[in-house]
Design a protein around this ligand. Sequence first.
Ligand code: NAD
Length: 352
Amino acid sequence: MQLTAGVIGCGNISKYHFSGLEKAGVRIKWVCDLNAATAKPWADKYQAQYTADYRAVLADPEVNLVNITALSFLHKAMCLDAIAAGKAVICEKTLAENADDALAIVQGAESAGTIFYTSYMKRFIPAVEQAKALLPKLGRILSTHIRAYQCWGNLWEDTSNTGFFGTPKGGMSEVRRRYGGGILVCGGSHILDLVVFLLGRPHRLFAQMHTPPGRDLDVQAAALLETANGIVHYEALAHPLHKIGFLRDGWDERFEINGTQGRLEMYSSAWTDIDTKASLLIHYDNVTGQAVEYRTAPQSPFDRAMAFFCANIAKGEQGAQSRLTGYDVDELIAHIKKSADTHQALDVTWRA
Ligand SMILES: NC(=O)c1ccc[n+]([C@@H]2O[C@H](COP(=O)([O-])OP(=O)(O)OC[C@H]3O[C@@H](n4cnc5c(N)ncnc54)[C@H](O)[C@@H]3O)[C@@H](O)[C@H]2O)c1
């Protein structure tokens, strides 16, 4: 089936989605953004129609795929309207502003039989896919350490209230307005998705978070998560260290999975460089005593994600990625916040 798409939201992240849709051979018929200047270059590039009203995209019977790259607080209305219009949906993370809204979206998609993806592209990093394939070689999984350390400057001690991370007096920081939260939502959501992808849904957790005085965004979220595949030590951290990480660029996102027969270590590159700097996987095998490094040429996981989504949509199948992906992460975020607020360990209540 030929796919005909509308792209709703033409800001920062959309260039990766346009690239993936183009490479997947999708016809881009509509581009939509409130800001005409942002959208027009894409309309020109793809000879697409421009609109500021996403409902015009949904009303076009030729459109069978809607790509949502608008801000997260807009996702609920856009996703539910796209589902009601009978379109397949690819939506950026995080799926919604809270777990209730994410649940409403995925239940809407499930009951309508809509092919529906939340795009957590880090699943599609070649080193992550390789790690998933090698998991059976680890034997019984004992312990996982996973972290997203991102260099956001010294928000711990700096009290300035301007700029992207600054909280103006009586106002909202730009990062919170755009993305719905601090490090937990921005960076921590991705690695929660990797926990579910690699180890399954956690059933219990205990979390702590830190929000500096005078700021409206968390700069640290740490948790112990219990899964059927052992304990997960999880942390998302906004830090001021410019030259840490395996590429010494301040980005320090990685996981280590330890089993009875081996260990996997994954080091990812920053999302802004993710199509030009490759991630790294190391597999230590306790049977052979060898450690093998997996290095690939840089490949955009956005392109790989979009190829996967579009191939499934063309076949009329949901395929191997569940509709619930975005809900799973938003439910874990809600439990982490609640555990940190109440200083209680919580059973995770999965509602879908
Ligand atoms: N996967 C990742 O690593 C990653 C990284 C950054 C952002 N994101 C996600 O991508 C999404 C977009 O983030 P961004 O950085 O591109 O934000 P952005 O602010 O750069 O772009 C959002 C665009 O949406 C447009 N918009 C606002 N209201 C609209 C409406 N009613 N109809 C149509 N367009 C509207 C804005 O004009 C803007 O151009 C968010 O959900 C964010 O969480 C994901």
